[in-house]
Write a protein that binds this ligand. Structure first.
Ligand code: AMP
Ligand code: MG
Length: 425
């Protein structure tokens, strides 16, 4: 772990490299399937059975001997072929056939039911007229225009998955489909990298609960709900630490509480103001500073460190301005959370690019993350940098679905140039 970033401003690339170096994926745990959504698998998974377990019907219909349709077909006046077969039984989902199908008879069965012995094809219900004979339990199925080929509408045993087959490999992120697949192959618990826990502490004496009407000098705490929401959008367990006051003892108590999480985000109090007490309190609590100040716009005062506790809590001090806080979350905290969750591939993937819609003048000495909107156009994607009024302008940000990234020390970008961007959730 290096701490050469403390004291002087480092580049975005250096900051990201320091974060990458300091963060490690969490240790794997066995979780019930119901808690594993969004987690990365830490084991290969093989099936404990064939899917389907037996030859089964893929439609609601009648199991027949295909040969009955070449031998027994009767040419009707209209020229079409008609076949009549005796219905032996009806089998609904969850039951198994008890009869063997022989020439001249059929079994009515529903989707997913096993094919009865003797049958080699299924005719869809919609192509059959069924005459239930009064006083007879069985009835007659009347097949109109039935051209039947052996094997039709049957899914063979093990066609989707063979017993013992590898169905998911370690490293896969579990989405809804994977949960279904795991359930299908008999996994009710699974080894995964658990989701990181995230605690959020907005700080500032000016902050009020959103329900309050702020008197002069006060503002509503918007970073708290925003950062908690960003964490929840990533599927994380988040903890709201309430509002931290610009007071060493109060900050100390709140930060100590937050150090029980994998990641603690503190917003505000990391700049150069008189009451920017956060870095000092963190030092007192044995959180080792890795860097303070990054050459990024907005977000320059960003602070990052690692606690010397069992969890090695990663602590981010984000500047209090709402857009700065948001940009720092997306650009620096999100990759750390991804890496903790075992999703390093996501962090290391190259950034996508889009074609700049209008000339962009706002480049400078620092890397710029500018709120932007992507547009799908014929032949590609265009990116429009949105009008905004600095790092307090959350309203402008709400129309953005991406952050356009302009490297430091560049000349203004002409329209039509490729620009890297990061999607925002
Ligand atoms: P600071 O980084 O503490 O100097 O704060 C910079 C600016 O961001 C100040 O104008 C604060 O009022 C504002 N700010 C700080 N924290 C929040 C918050 N939780 N919600 C909204 N604005 C904030
Ligand atoms: Mg403050």
């Amino acid at each position: 772990m290096t701490c050469n970033g403390v004291g002087h401003m480092i580049s975005v690339e250096e900051a990201l490299a320091s974060i990458r170096e300091a963060v490690h994926a969490k240790s794997a745990e066995r979780l019930p399937l119901t808690d594993a959504l969004g987690c990365v698998l830490d084991e290969d998974v093989c099936s404990d059975l064939d899917v389907p377990r037996h030859d089964q019907s893929i439609v609601d219909g009648y199991a027949v001997c295909a040969s009955d349709f070449s031998i027994r077909g009767v040419q009707k006046n209209s020229g079409s072929i008609a076949v009549e077969l005796e219905i032996l039984e009806e089998v609904t989902a969850g039951s198994v056939p008890t009869c063997k199908v022989k020439s001249g008879n059929t079994v009515r069965l529903m989707t997913g039911v096993a094919i009865p012995p003797g049958a080699d094809a299924v005719v869809m219900m919609e192509h059959v007229e069924c005459r239930d004979e009064p006083h007879q339990r069985r009835g007659i199925a009347h097949f109109v225009d039935a051209h039947v080929t052996a094997g039709q509408n049957i899914m063979r045993q093990g066609k989707s998955i063979k017993r013992g087959q590898l169905v998911l490999t370690a490293g896969t992120t579990i989405g809804g489909v994977e949960l279904g697949l795991l359930a299908q192959v008999g996994c009710s618990g699974i080894r995964v990298i658990p989701r990181p826990s995230l605690a959020v502490l907005p700080t500032g004496d000016e902050l009020l609960d959103p329900s309050m009407d702020p008197p002069p000098g006060k503002i509503r705490n918007s970073n708290g709900p925003m950062l908690l929401g960003c964490g929840r959008q990533l599927g994380l367990q988040v903890r709201d630490l309430g509002i931290g006051r610009d007071n060493i003892d109060h900050l100390r108590r709140s930060i100590e509480e937050g150090l029980s999480a994998d990641v603690l985000i503190i917003s505000g109090g990391v700049s150069a103001g008189t009451l920017d007490l956060v870095p000092g309190v963190l030092a007192d609590l044995d959180v080792q500073a890795i860097f303070h100040k990054v050459s990024v716009k907005p977000g320059k005062p960003l602070w990052f460190g690692v606690a010397k506790n069992a969890k090695q809590t990663k602590v981010f001090g984000l500047p209090g301005n709402p857009v700065s806080s948001f940009v720092c979350f997306q650009a620096f905290v999100r990759p750390a959370l991804m890496q903790l969750a075992g999703k390093l591939g996501d962090v290391e993937a190259p950034l996508p690019t889009a074609v700049l819609r209008d000339r962009f003048e706002g480049v400078g000495k620092r890397t710029v993350f500018h709120p932007a909107r992507l547009h799908r156009v014929a032949g590609g994607t265009e990116i429009e940098c949105l009008q905004w009024h600095g790092s307090g302008d959350l309203r402008a940000l709400s129309g953005a679905n991406a952050l356009a990234i302009f490297p430091a020390d560049e000349k203004p970008y002409a329209a039509g140039r490729a620009v890297a961007y990061q999607l925002i959730d």
